[in-house]
Design a protein around this ligand. Structure first.
Ligand SMILES: N[C@@H](CCC(=O)N[C@@H](CS)C(=O)NCC(=O)O)C(=O)O
Length: 244
């Protein structure tokens, strides 16, 4: 199977964590995709487009060997977890523990997505950035961090999909500041661990997991050319019978 994703390993990808935890690392062809290089005004044109596979043209997108395409990160991780070869599953059985795990998945995923929205707002010239936008987003992130602190204080029974998403969201906040050099108008020095000792202790322990160290802060070493990407898109279409 092929995973189309953006190969920035300076944050933790919950999809990569899930693949590793499932013992499926060697079954995946990792296909780097740069969705924002397709934006108008970029000189790459549609070179990195995966719209032929995913109408939203978003990462992550998973293509199974059958040609079936699964997109939306929640669908992708559930699909991967279902194929686990390691005997481990990140989704507890139906019941309160599962609802808790998938609710934290939803919370952390939305914290991640709203942080992406802050990144995109920050691409506007400073005088055009909407302060109301930051005022709308930040309380969600701050309450979210408080809720995760409470969850960490209570503790977890093993590693679950909610925690994979928490790693993703928390590391992306750092990525926003360091990679994009974001100067936030409201919280320029925000540190999610400040006053949240349980979240910090959980983080320190969780980033030791092999599923995290497998990629976090490591260079991507494969082929990230547009030609490699499009070759893989064509292979998926061929598997679907869409091209000869
Ligand atoms: N809800 C989606 C969000 C994925 C997402 O927003 N991906 C971004 C990269 S961080 C993307 O591909 N953006 C390209 C675009 O929106 O055109 C998911 O969970 O998979």
């Amino acid at each position: 199977m092929k995973l189309f994703y953006s190969p920035f390993h300076t944050f933790i990808h919950k999809v990569l964590v899930t693949i590793h935890e499932a013992g499926l690392w060697d079954d995946v062809t990792f296909v780097p995709t740069y969705p924002f290089k397709n934006r108008e005004g970029e000189d790459q044109g549609d070179a990195y487009s995966i719209a032929a596979l995913n109408p939203l043209n978003k990462v992550p997108t998973l293509a199974l060997d059958s040609g079936q395409v699964v997109y939306g990160s929640q669908a992708v991780v559930e699909c991967i977890d279902s194929m686990s070869k390691s005997g481990k599953h990140l989704y507890p059985p139906a019941g309160p523990t599962r609802w808790d795990a998938i609710t934290r998945l939803a919370l952390a995923d939305t914290m991640f997505e709203t942080t992406v929205m802050l990144v995109m707002e920050g691409w506007n010239p400073e005088e055009n950035q909407r302060i109301e936008f930051f005022e709308w987003i930040w309380p969600k992130i701050i309450r979210g961090c408080d809720s995760l602190e409470a969850a960490c204080k209570q503790g977890f029974d093993g590693f679950d999909i909610g925690q994979a998403s928490m790693l993703h969201a928390i590391s992306y906040m750092d990525f926003r500041v360091n990679f994009y050099d974001a100067k936030d108008p409201l919280y320029p020095d925000f540190d999610c661990f400040d006053g949240r000792p349980n979240l910090k202790a959980w983080w320190e322990e969780s980033i030791q997991r092999p599923s995290v160290t497998s990629h976090y802060n490591r260079d991507f070493e494969g082929d990230d050319s547009a030609a490699f990407l499009q070759k893989n898109v064509q292979e998926v279409l061929a598997a679907q019978g869409a091209i000869k």
